[in-house]
Design a protein around this ligand. Sequence first.
Ligand code: SER
Length: 611
Amino acid sequence: MQSSELRQKYLEFFKQKGHSIIPSASLIPENDSTTLFTGSGMQPMVPYLLGEKHPLGKRIADSQKSFRVLDIEEVGDKRHTTMFEMLGNWSLGDYFKKEQLNWIYEFLVEQVKIPAERLYATVFDGDKSIGIPKDETSIQILKEIFAKYGIDAKEGERIFCYDVKKNWWSRSGIPQNMPVGEPGGPDSEIFYDTGAELKKHENSLWKNEKCHVNCDCGRFVEIGNNVFMEYKKTLNGFEKLAQQNVDFGGGFERIVMASEGTDNIFLTDLFSNIIFKIEELSGKKYLENSKPFEVVADHIKAATFIMGDSRGISPSNLGQGYIVRRLIRRAIRFGRQLGITQNLWTKEIAKIVAEDYKNVYPEITENLEFIIKNLDAEEEKFAKSLDAGLKQFECLDCKDVITGKDAFLLYQTYGFPIEMTEELSREKGLKIDLEEFSKESQIHQELSRTASAGTFKGGLADSSEATTKLHTTAHLMLAGLRKFLGDSVSQKGSNITSERVRFDFAWKEKMTAEQIKQVEDFVNSAIGKDLPVICKEMNLDQAKEINATGVFEHKYGERVKVYFIGEGEQNISKEICGGPHVEHTGTMGKFKIIKEESSSAGVRRIKAILE
Ligand code: SER
């Protein structure tokens, strides 16, 4: 079955079961500051899972573009990608376990024609510490389903029970990591038996035990997950949500793989044209070089999807843009490993992605010019310094530890994202001093800020006081924009001189005169209240938990500084930031927005001053 036919079949199947089919949401989350990218189909559904009424009813299904940066180094094992599509269906306080499990197995066995004996199920084993029992109901339903297909589904053979680490789902993982207010619940995963040779994976947690679906030996692949989302985290543990929800997510690429009876998603029609192009560019064969092929194929495809999104992002050193940069640069490095020597080759792959998906995600074709321009620019910047940087890295090879200074040099002079230097170090078995790297980059940021301030009129002391005030202004402005335009507003960049702050943020439309006035009044009222600005150090998880704004995927440096403007009830801004800031807002003067304009697709730019 062609992948496009399978996608269609899934949507049709759930349409017939009374679901409204919705289009994929953007890869760049809206009204959700918990992640940089949409990483699952449920993410845009969170308000409805929590009880808000969905305009299209209680049954929804879709195929959602998803991206998970955490999987970047998993790519290379035939079945992981960072970019994937998630087939999703939801019951928003409507049907529950019985319908969901029956339907999804019916779909997989009767429509996709995966032999039932190749399917295995997992369920939640219960957890006393959070007071949630073993999911006996699902076990019973699953036994009946398998019996329909002539299979006696015994526990420990066909149905496996696991604890919260494996069979609990929330956006933040296990119950202990969930912030208050987050929905989650037990899940029942579906595994496909590739029938591959039983090879014990040396990293498997269960390497000394009998093979089972989660043992990571490579034989079983998860293809779908039924989450029974009926709980919400509170300050005192878990409570039931007002409604029982189902959140199903199916790995589209993997279901296509299973439907074709292979154990490799890169051999399906979702990748074959891309793989063929890489073979042509490199003169090498995929099957003899599978890891670098898969990295190049996945990363350029992912970067193409992100740049080609309706809220498309260019490579940069910040937030989502930094991830796009990492993807492209890592692909170029692996491309080099494959011996690709042509200049500006990455766009050849982007063109294929656009063509392959033109009927499903036409926005990629619509934005192809933008994608190509960005890929060319990024390749031009990086391809030149890559060889020199790799040589430089070789020189460090004789040391045991890559110092923070070394890593920073690779970053600043050769454009190596820190994660690339980490990966190279791991490949060579070297340690890397990330803490020193973090310090180095902070020192550098402060130096360049002072240096640029110094080039403007007035003495250095004068300028740096003015820039500090404008820096605090930027935080207030972001808080104001989020208050009046919505939480989806995120900062895209800023540039501060002693005279003005230039501030870029994700927003599609021109701001109205009224919105500009609201933001100005908000900032001026904060200045009028003479609020204290307090810096607290905490680790990244705590910053996330209190919902601080800022760039969370800055992996380096466990500890971050969070600047709070206003205390307690008066708090109006909390943002991860290196500083410096004023101590009290009262000294700042009068705030005025002097310009509001488009900066690039989906990004607005404000210039503002303090009078
Ligand atoms: N939210 C669940 C997952 O991502 C199922 O959709 O696995």
